[in-house]
Design a binder for this molecule. Structure first.
Ligand SMILES: C[S@@+](CC[C@H](N)C(=O)[O-])C[C@H]1O[C@@H](n2cnc3c(N)ncnc32)[C@H](O)[C@@H]1O
Length: 253
């Protein structure tokens, strides 16, 4: 798909779902708390006392930053997202002078050298070219900056693979391919953890994805496959797995 069209679709989809997003994303919040705990572990006492500059990529409604700024010291906070409606919700939650709400595309952002902490929860897999993007961050980030993010991988949604409907879900960046791009200049830890969402019907599962804006496909979808979803209703709920990778990257001194 043409990149501009892909971005427009993402923007439109998250704009439309912004009002529903917080009430419908328990799983994303569960993942966010795991990410936050990894970040707290990583930050040394000295860093905690220091006034930091934070960048939150694909910040959505600002949940993560809103928690972080109550816990750590920041002199500047930069919330970046493609969706102005998501940012509008973040603005209502975070009412501080030192926060920049930036409607921007992280794929074209070029100032990663300006931050002490770069965070992102469940957003970077929407990049139009993940590897180029991650290399740009690695090249630009300064020594001691902590870059921490969570993304799903291709072990996610195994039920859909079992019923041969994998083309309905996006392809995600693979951990091994990302790791190959991270040189010895960096200290990198990766944790993998499975999260589950229960559903009585695959159609409902996809409808819920649509309600939170996460239904934009990066693959070409056969309409007949979408219709097949109606076949999968269950008496007992089935568990849909999200296999999440947590990356914690620090540039060595
Ligand atoms: C699943 S939401 C996650 C939001 C938030 N980080 C959270 O933890 O709930 C993904 C977010 O990434 C944003 N996004 C997707 N592609 C983007 C891009 N290229 N540049 C900036 N933001 C983007 C979307 O607008 C959306 O708000």
């Amino acid at each position: 798909m043409n990149t501009d069209i892909f971005k427009k679709k993402i923007e439109y989809s998250f704009d439309k779902s912004a009002g529903n997003y917080d009430s419908r994303t328990l799983l994303q919040k569960e993942i966010m708390f795991v990410l936050l705990n990894f970040l707290y572990q990583e930050i040394s006492i000295t860093n905690k006392k220091k006034k930091n500059h934070l960048l939150d990529l694909g910040c959505g409604t600002g949940e993560l930053s809103n928690i972080l700024i109550k816990k750590l010291n920041f002199n500047k906070i930069h919330l970046l997202d493609l969706s102005s409606e998501m940012l509008n919700i973040a603005k209502k939650k975070i009412n501080k002078d030192n926060v920049l709400f930036d409607r921007n595309d992280f794929d074209s952002f070029c100032q990663f050298n300006d931050y002490d902490i770069i965070v992102s929860n469940m957003a970077l897999h929407w990049s139009a070219n993940f590897i180029v993007f991650i290399e740009r961050i690695l090249n630009q980030m300064r020594k001691n900056t902590i870059f921490i993010f969570s993304i799903p991988d291709n072990k996610s949604f195994s039920f859909l693979k079992k019923v041969k409907l994998e083309e309905l879900i996006n392809k995600f960046p693979e951990k091994e391919i990302i790791l190959k791009r991270i040189s010895e200049e960096f200290d990198c830890k990766v944790y993998e953890k499975a999260f589950f969402e229960e559903t009585f019907s695959l159609l409902d599962f996809f409808k819920n994805m649509k309600k939170i804006g996460a239904n934009v496909s990066n693959r070409s979808i056969n309409f007949r496959k979408l219709l097949e979803l109606r076949k999968y209703c269950f008496k007992e709920p089935i568990k849909i797995n999200y296999n999440i990778n947590f990356f914690i990257i620090k540039k060595n001194e």
